[in-house]
Each structure stands twice: as C-alpha cells, then as structure tokens.
Design a protein around this ligand. Structure first.
Ligand code: NIG
Ligand code: FE
Length: 428
C-alpha cells in the first residue's frame, strides 16, 4: 500500500519540520506554510511548499493522471499523529474497577489485592489469538479516526513466556493487516505474577534467560520497558533487566515515577533510554538529567486525569529543555481512552503546554520516542507520506473544539485511509 497523492491549497500546511526530537523552546516552532501543498510519490513525501510553486512542477503532462489530488482549501494539514505509548492488545474489560475508583479505592490498592493488571492477565492468558486480533483491529480503527498513523503497543498482560509472545505476535499481525503502523514493546516486567510471589529477582532472571532470547530469536519487539514502581519493580531490578535488554539490542523505555518518586527518571538518563514515560512524580534532578541525556519525556495526561493524580510537570520540563512527547496510554485499567482530542485538551488546559508544543509532542517528538524521527512525525521530503487533514483552517481548532474530533481525512503512505463518513450528509 503506497500511493501517489497531491494535497493542494491547504490553508495551513503544518510541517513540524525536523529529523530529531525537539527540546525546550524548539517545540514552539511548527514551520507552517500558508496555502501549502504536499506531494507523495509511491508512499514517500517528495515535495513540500507553496501550492503555486508545487503545482508548477507537478502539473506538467508527464504527471497527468499519475497522482490523486485532494483539494484542502480552507483546511489545515498536519503530519499523522504518533501515539507512542499504549497497551492496545488485551482481553476483557475492567469497568467495575472504574466504579471502585470513583468510590475512593486507589489504583495501586486494587492491584495489590490481585485485581487491576492481574485481571487483564487472567483474561489475556485465556484469550484466543484471533479474538485479540479482532479487538486490536477495532481499536486501531478508532485510533486512525483520530489521526493516528503510528502507534506503539506493549505486551505485559501475559507475564509468562507464551502469553507475552502471543501478545507480540498479535501486534505483528496487526501491523501487517492494518494501515496504522504498530511498533512493539516487550513489557514482561509489568507486574509480578502470582507464581513468583516473593521472588521478584527470580522473575527478572526468568525474563532475561527465557523470555527475552525467544523474543530476539523471533524478532518480535523493538523496545523493552519496565513498570518501575514501589511494590512492583525496584530501580535496581529494572536496571538489571533493561541493561541486559539493551546489551541484546533492544531500545529502552521506562514507566518511571508514575505513582511514587522512585528514581526511574534518573535511571532512564543513566542507561540511555529512548524515553521515560509518565513522570508524574519525577524530581527536578531527574528532569535535568533526561534533558541533558536527550531522553524523550513521554507524558500521559489521560492517565493522570482518570486516576485523579497530579499531572506531570510538562511546562517545567519544556522550560528546562526537555523534549516532551504526549501519548494516550490507552489501556483497560488506568486510562481506557484512545482519544487524541482529550490529550490535547488536558495538555493545553492543565499541563500548560502551548498548542504548538502539544502538536510537536504528538508528531515529531512522538516519532522520536519511537526512534523514528528520521522517517515519520513531520512533513519533510523523504519521510513517509502520513498526514491528517482537519475540518478547519487552523491547527488552533484542535484543542479549541474541546474533546471533539477535528480530523476529516487521514492519509497513510500516500493513500486515503480514513474519510469522515458523515461528510456525505453535508450536501443534503
Ligand atoms: O501505563 N502503570 C502501569 N501500566 C499501565 C496501566 C496498565 C493497566 O492498568 O492495565 C499504565 O498506566
Ligand atoms: Fe503505560
């Protein structure tokens, strides 16, 4: 699937131009071209600029009929969004847990009493692969409708060799079947399974000696992640697993300082993680360290919102030169939402990011959090032709039309893969 497409007359072509993570002040510049056009040839962006200039080059005889054309007059065009932290493959739902939390139970108490992640583990271990693929496809459809063209997905609902591998195989299959690209992360150290109660180090050994080698052998994941949290995996245990994974060629992510300040942020800087995620309780020292080390700070405001926890200090991080990415953390427990509009609303209204910073965080910095800033996340020549066309003329409408999907069309590798089905009623 690789198309030839010209998008012309865009009121704003929001290029987010760049090939690396943007840190601090650089997050504010979106490199917007007014009345812009974009040409995608065989799935790859080959030209970006003012519509008049681009059409001069591409309207000659030899190109007639070769390109599909979309007239984006009165509309803003952006790079496809990159949702760089989700747990999208799982069986079963935890609606009851949401009600318990409304009553006052805490996320960690529910986990400690054997619910939470363990509920999803039980259901996912028993799940048929076909069913995980079916629900995964539906979730990807929903993400695509919000403009997501690349998503990261984690294992971590197996906590045993077979189910971790089953989840990763499902993600590989989703990547093959669905237009949204799926980047896989191994999160075997997501919780300590009942079988290993009181033997956390032995579980880390099991991950290192039995599960990791199989994942490498079958090339099933690009990243390795750990839930580094009080009463889950300590900084030392996380470090041991992640260093081993790094040595074997994995890129590293860490669920760091989410509920308690443990030092996962500092660890991310120390071991050269690609991203440190959550960071609600990250210390000033940790934030300084990841800014210096170039670790992307991936913030997940939907989770803080759902757990009624304080938001990560996004404003402070950008002011202190971090590269911030935003993601949904879509999962069946702490944040059952794939809504990009919700993330924009929370990031701008409650984390004090500017609209420009939030867009950078969901495009080029999301791409950087997946080690892909050189190929996706911006509208630059040579990058994959992934773009979003809004219903409105300016990117300012994204958080302004609060909680509502402003995406009209989504382009993946030069092909139109989503077109708002309700548009057909506009003519009536
Ligand atoms: O990112 N914090 C740990 N893991 C997920 C939630 C997983 C779940 O509750 O199922 C998170 O919030
Ligand atoms: Fe997560």
């Amino acid at each position: 699937m690789r198309g030839n497409l010209i998008i012309k007359n865009a009121a704003q072509l929001v290029t987010c131009s760049g090939f690396n993570a943007k840190q601090g002040k650089a997050m504010s510049n979106l490199h917007v071209i007014e009345n812009g056009a974009l040409v995608i040839e065989n799935g790859t962006i080959c030209s970006v600029g003012k519509t008049d200039d681009i059409l001069k080059d591409f309207n000659d005889k030899k190109n007639t009929g070769k390109f599909n054309v979309i007239d984006a007059a009165g509309k803003a065009v952006l790079p496809g969004f990159v949702d760089s932290h989700t747990h999208l493959v799982f069986e079963g739902y935890r609606a009851e847990e949401f009600s318990w939390r409304l009553r006052g139970d805490s996320y960690m108490d529910i986990l400690k009493s054997g619910g939470g992640i363990f509920n999803t583990v039980k259901a996912t271990r028993a799940a048929k692969t076909e069913n995980l693929i079916k629900t995964g496809m539906r979730r990807l459809n929903s993400m695509l409708s919000f403009g997501v063209t690349t998503v990261e997905g984690k294992s971590g609902y197996g906590l045993d060799r077979n189910t971790e591998i089953k989840q990763l195989e499902v993600m590989a299959e989703l990547n093959r079947r669905h237009p949204v690209d799926v980047v896989s992360t191994f999160l075997g150290a997501h919780a300590l399974p009942e079988e290993y109660k009181g033997r956390t180090d032995a579980y880390i050994d099991y991950m290192i000696n039995t599960v990791l080698p199989e994942i490498i052998h079958r090339n099933l994941a690009e990243f390795c992640d750990v839930f580094c949290e009080k009463n889950v995996f300590s900084v030392q245990q996380s470090k041991r697993l992640l260093l081993k994974a790094k040595e074997k060629g994995f890129k590293i992510k860490i669920h760091a300082d989410e509920i308690e300040q443990l030092g996962g942020t500092e660890l991310a800087a120390e071991i050269g993680a690609v991203s440190a995620d959550h960071l609600l309780q990250a210390s000033d020292k940790g934030i300084g360290a990841i800014a210096k080390a170039g670790v992307v700070a991936t913030l997940l405001p939907g989770t803080a919102f759902c757990l009624k926890e304080p938001y990560a200090r996004g404003r402070y991080m950008i002011d202190n030169n971090c590269a911030v990415a935003l993601a949904t953390d879509f999962n069946p427990g702490s944040c059952y939402s794939e809504s990009i509009p919700l993330i924009f609303a929370l990031a701008t209204l409650y984390m004090n990011l500017s609209i420009e910073e939030a867009i950078t965080a969901l495009t080029i910095n999301g791409a950087a959090a997946l080690g892909r800033a050189d190929t996706i996340g911006s509208l630059n020549t040579g990058k994959t032709g992934d773009a979003v066309i809004l219903k409105y003329p300016s990117y300012h409408f994204i958080p302004y039309h609060v909680g509502i999907n402003t995406v009209e069309k989504v382009i993946k590798k030069g092909e139109l893969v989503y077109d708002d089905p309700l548009l057909k009623f506009n003519a009536v």
